[in-house]
Design a protein around this ligand. Structure first.
Ligand code: ADP
Ligand code: ZN
Length: 735
């Protein structure tokens, strides 16, 4: 008898095999009823086994809940590709394909009782009612006014006897009706109309229309910040809807891009029932409803983060991946897929157009336009006719020496003077610093000790408002010591600074300015970010100081100055993409300035003013930057010229993590295929996190397929000891 591997509903995510009874058409992706201990439970079939694998008698599947799998055949095809390419077990792939909210029965449809008016008594009867049973009369009148139906709860708690009475007469009926849990309920979106495109945009959209008609090659839309890429997305989406096709829009970290979602919701306000959103801020119930609205064809536009690449749309016209260079498209647990890469694959499988957009394309995508695999669409001008902001570099080696105050040099003279000027003119300022908290670390000047996390190999960050040292990796908290725990020197000092300290400095320097700080510490409350941005737009705030939460996609016409406090933060990390990231971040942050009628200015504070990523960003020179960076990647055989895989081991026992990886290294080395380069097993840059020691090695290979197959083979032959976890990250983005 064939068997089914079933993922059982419930918090424990148990997986058991069950026999499939004769004649039951059970397929992967179908939900089933199964026996669990001595009661019936529900679950989802992950995979089928041809022969009954175990010698034990398997218990049988009781009932098939879905006659058809919840996953479309095309998505299933993508799932198999993922399992193969990312070396992930099919079980984990299925979990990614089908969100928990959809698999688990308890989130199922929410219903409410509705009272329907079946017939109204004639006038005479109504008059009688109004005298003898005024409540019944009122109910009927209310229903009439409401157009024939209303929720039972709206008729008031004390009305049940009267409702029973009018129901008995056959005038009304009570029915259960599904209610949609709408994540944006209570928000009004004003409809806006398409803009008439400028000639650059016109050129791009014509190509996009052609691709929607007959998909041929992926498109990379490289448009400077403010060039009107979003308008292209909107008009492309409209074209698909007109042709009866559906649209998938992926955004990185959607909670950080409320403006883009809003623009889609506004443009399609008249058909808002056809727009669905999928992101991590949804409740399970909202997620369930949105998923089913997509599956049953009600929603034709889906806007979502990485995992929305699995949205069960059919008849796709276009997939749009905004900010395609963003690292947050990479999933950091197995299956470690890249949302953008899966989007390209899905477009191929579904025969749909695919449009990747960015002001700072990833070198992978840009390289693909050079080899002719992708086509390049360019927008070089800002859509509102504004010039690109002027970027000035401030050398903090010199500025820092001038600085006489207590604590670190945070605001250079040029930045401070410029802020004064802009604020005096009633304009707004954004300051960017990619580190939250007050001070980066606590260090003893006598013995040099830096206070580190007990579970991770990084310094603890001081948070003033909590008066605590907090680990930014695992969240561990510690009391701030008054003297060095090692040598007892009382001179222990804070080093470096974060957004919290900047906020304090700004309060002193600009006492009358209204400030807001945007980082994960201040934005914990649901809608906190949305509300703060709204206040900023209404000019109730003068200065925003924020982390990468404010780096992208925000559009404020009155912001004329953007300050980057420490451009070097991302540069000195052991990762060949460090320069690429710094260039992207600076360009994106700078793009927040001068987005209206006023000209924009950017001041970048740095200790390495001559580093190429800073210089090319300063000159808005993506081409120059890409040329030199690609040359560097080519010389060293790094992506995009190869694929890069990272194998890691993690364990609470340092030696075992290290030894297991050395063992794998030996095996990989023994029969290393041609065209692959094997790195040494080394401690990870973050050698300890969450109490686990981490070791890793890098493998480069010119053929992705060959690389991932080879690694999967070796890993399958080398199962790790129980207390060591293996990580296999194909096309790794971080180290
Ligand atoms: P990007 O997404 O490339 O950063 P946006 O789509 O945010 O750029 O466009 C920047 C601004 O220009 C927005 O305010 C947008 O409404 C405006 N805009 C875009 N296209 C046009 C156009 N064709 N005519 C006038 N304004 C436009
Ligand atoms: Zn920690």
């Amino acid at each position: 008898m064939p068997a089914a591997r079933v993922l059982i509903d419930g918090p424990n995510e148990l997986v058991f095999d069950y026999a499939i009874p004769e004649g039951m058409d059970a397929r992967p992706g179908c939900r089933v009823k199964i026996p669990l201990r001595n009661r019936a439970s529900t679950g989802t079939i992950l995979a089928l086994a041809k022969e009954q694998a175990s010698e034990f008698e398997l218990r049988e599947v009781l009932e098939l809940i879905d006659p058809d799998p919840l996953i479309t055949p095309k998505l299933m095809q993508m799932g198999h590709w993922m399992a193969d390419y990312y070396g992930a077990p099919m079980e984990l792939v299925m979990r990614a394909l089908l969100p928990e909210a959809v698999r688990q029965e308890n989130h199922s449809e929410k219903t409410r009782k509705m009272v329907h008016l079946l017939e109204t008594p004639d006038e005479e009867a109504m008059t009688k009612l109004s005298k003898r049973a005024s409540r019944q009369h009122l109910i009927l009148t209310l229903l009439q006014a409401a157009g024939g139906k209303m929720p039972l709860s709206d008729l008031g708690a004390g009305a049940s006897a009267s409702i029973k009475a009018v129901a008995k007469h056959g005038w009304v009926e009570i029915k259960d009706e599904p209610v949609r849990r709408d994540p944006d309920a209570g928000e009004a979106f004003l409809e806006d109309s398409p803009l008439s495109l400028n000639s650059e945009q016109q050129g791009a959209i014509e190509q996009v229309f052609k691709e929607i008609e007959t998909p041929d090659k992926p498109m990379l839309l490289h448009g400077v910040t403010g060039s009107g890429k979003t308008e292209i997305y909107l008009q492309a989406a409209q074209r698909c809807l007109d042709a009866g096709k559906s649209v998938l829009v992926l955004l990185p970290e959607i909670a950080l891009a409320p403006q883009t979602v809003q623009r889609f919701k506004s443009r399609f306000a008249s058909i808002q029932d056809q727009v669905a959103v999928m992101h991590s801020n949804l409740s399970q119930g909202e997620r369930f409803d949105e998923w089913h609205r997509i599956r049953n064809g009600e929603a034709k536009i889906v806007i979502g983060a990485r995992s929305a690449v699995f949205a069960p749309l059919t008849n796709l016209g276009i997939i749009i991946v905004d900010e395609e260079h963003e690292n947050s498209y990479k999933q950091d647990t197995s299956p470690r897929y890249h949302g953008r890469d899966l989007a390209v694959l899905r477009a191929h499988i579904e025969n749909s157009a695919i449009l990747l957009g960015s002001a700072t394309p990833s070198l992978e995508s840009f390289h693909n336009t050079e080899t002719g695999k992708y086509q390049l669409l360019k927008l070089e001008q800002r859509a509102d006719g504004q010039s690109m902001p002027i970027i000035r570099i401030v050398d903090m080696k010199i500025e820092g020496r001038k600085y006489k105050g207590a604590g670190p040099a945070i605001l250079s003279d040029p930045l401070r003077a410029n802020m004064e000027k802009k604020l005096a003119e009633g304009e707004q300022v954004i300051l960017f610093l990619n580190r939250r908290g007050f001070a980066r670390s606590l260090q003893c000047p006598a013995c040099g000790l830096v206070i580190e996390c007990r579970h991770c190999s990084i310094p603890l960050t001081y948070h003033k408002s909590e008066e605590r040292l907090i680990c930014h990796i695992c969240g561990h908290q510690a009391i701030t010591p008054r003297k060095c725990p090692e040598c007892h020197d009382p001179g222990i000092r804070f080093q470096g600074y974060g957004t919290e300290q900047v906020e304090g400095v700004l309060q002193k320097v600009f006492p009358t300015a209204k400030l807001a700080r945007i980082d994960t510490d201040t934005m914990r409350r649901k809608h906190a970010l949305r509300d703060t941005l709204k206040a900023f737009r209404q000019r109730k705030i003068d200065i925003i100081i924020g982390t990468q939460m404010i780096a992208k996609g925000l559009h404020f016409p009155n912001v004329t100055l953007v300050g980057v406090l420490n451009a070097d933060l991302g540069l000195h990390v052991p990762d060949f993409r460090a320069g690429e990231r710094t260039f992207q971040l600076l360009t994106q942050v700078a793009g927040r300035a001068g987005r209206g009628e006023l000209e924009g200015e950017v001041i970048v504070q740095t200790y390495t003013p001559h580093s190429p990523s800073i210089q090319f960003a300063r000159h808005h020179d993506f081409g120059g930057y890409a040329d030199q960076e690609l040359e560097f990647r080519r010389q060293f055989g790094y992506p995009p010229y190869t694929h890069c895989a990272v194998i890691g081991t993690r364990s609470t026992h340092q030696r075992r993590a290290e030894f297991t990886l050395q063992n794998i290294h030996q095996r990989l080395k023994k029969d290393l295929p041609q065209g692959m380069v094997l790195g040494e097993p080394l401690p990870s840059p973050l050698v300890r996190a969450h109490g686990q020691f981490r070791y890793q090695l890098m493998l480069l290979g010119s053929s992705a397929r060959q690389l991932s197959r080879h690694i999967s083979n070796i890993l399958n032959q080398t199962p790790p000891p129980d207390d060591v976890t293996l990580v296999f990250d194909m096309d790794a983005m971080g180290f």
